[in-house]
Design a protein around this ligand. Structure first.
Ligand SMILES: C[S@@+](CC[C@H](N)C(=O)[O-])C[C@H]1O[C@@H](n2cnc3c(N)ncnc32)[C@H](O)[C@@H]1O
Length: 260
């Protein structure tokens, strides 16, 4: 099927699936299927040529379709985490390709900037199932603070951490990264890929962060920008791109920045 038609079909399914969320895990299996199919779609190298042709054409309709897919899939990714949290908290545990994909990628994300037990990590967009904080705190012993703008995500996330992260140094807050005191202490700041304003936030926090801070920006370009907010230019007086970790089979790639 033509790429644009496939995109339209995925958009319809993502919208429908997101619209069914009612605060329970009733529709979680259906959402897993829809997001699993979509993840496979955005990492399928066979679509690269058609994508490049459509992107070159640059029609406004195509740009609108891309923007809509990006925001609906971000919404679905957040709901997937709610389902995963609810299933865990209700005693049902489930796994989906989407999560395996993210979890297996966390280790390589830091490139040359390894974490140690004295690292202080801030995650912007911690979600309802804070797998990144859990993984980092368990693996390295580092202290992790996560922030999220969604009150339900913070509340579910705290309960998940209580259940799975016993004894780990993890704190979750519903607060803007700009107002958080920990932003000035963090040695590593990770931006979730589906945070739409991540580059604006990066710019805004520059003056309140440590001189030696390392920023781990999750993003997706080209076809992957259908499930991620893409890379943007940074203010070259503030931030320098030092490394890119490209992972063709993964949902998102990673760009590492340090202060100029
Ligand atoms: C899919 S989830 C978390 C991603 C995943 N847990 C990870 O480790 O990459 C993305 C979260 O970002 C949150 N979010 C979106 N915009 C945000 C912002 N401006 N500040 C903080 N959190 C934000 C959403 O509410 C959502 O819970």
């Amino acid at each position: 099927m033509e790429l644009r038609l496939l995109m339209g079909e995925h958009l319809r399914k993502l919208r429908e699936s997101a619209g069914r969320y009612d605060g329970t895990a009733r529709h979680s299996l259906e959402m897993e299927q829809v997001v699993g199919d979509y993840s496979a779609f955005v990492t399928d190298a066979r679509h690269h040529e058609s994508w490049a042709a459509l992107a070159r054409e640059g029609s406004p309709d195509f740009a609108r379709l891309v923007a809509e897919l990006r925001s609906q899939s971000a919404r679905c990714a957040a709901i997937m985490e709610k389902y995963r949290a609810l299933n865990l908290l209700d005693g049902r545990t489930e796994s989906a390709g989407y999560f395996d994909n993210i979890e297996s990628g966390i280790e390589v994300e830091f490139g040359a900037f390894r974490l140690t037990s004295s690292s202080k990590v801030l995650l912007v967009g911690s979600g309802s199932f804070p797998m990144t904080p859990l993984y980092i705190a368990a693996r390295t012993g580092a202290g992790v603070v996560g922030v999220d703008i969604d009150a339900e995500a913070v509340e579910l996330g705290q309960r998940v951490v209580k259940t799975l992260g016993h004894g780990l140094d993890i704190r979750l807050e519903r607060m803007s990264v700009e107002d958080l005191a920990f932003t000035g202490e963090a040695t590593h700041i990770i931006f979730s890929s589906t945070v739409a304003v991540k580059y604006a936030l990066l710019d805004a926090i520059h003056s309140s962060t440590r001189d030696d801070v390392v920023v781990v920006m999750r993003y997706g370009d080209h076809l992957k920008s259908l499930f991620n907010y893409p890379m943007e230019e940074v203010d070259h007086r503030k931030w320098t791109l030092v490394e890119q970790v490209l992972r063709p089979e993964h949902i998102f790639d990673v760009a590492l920045y340090v202060k100029v």
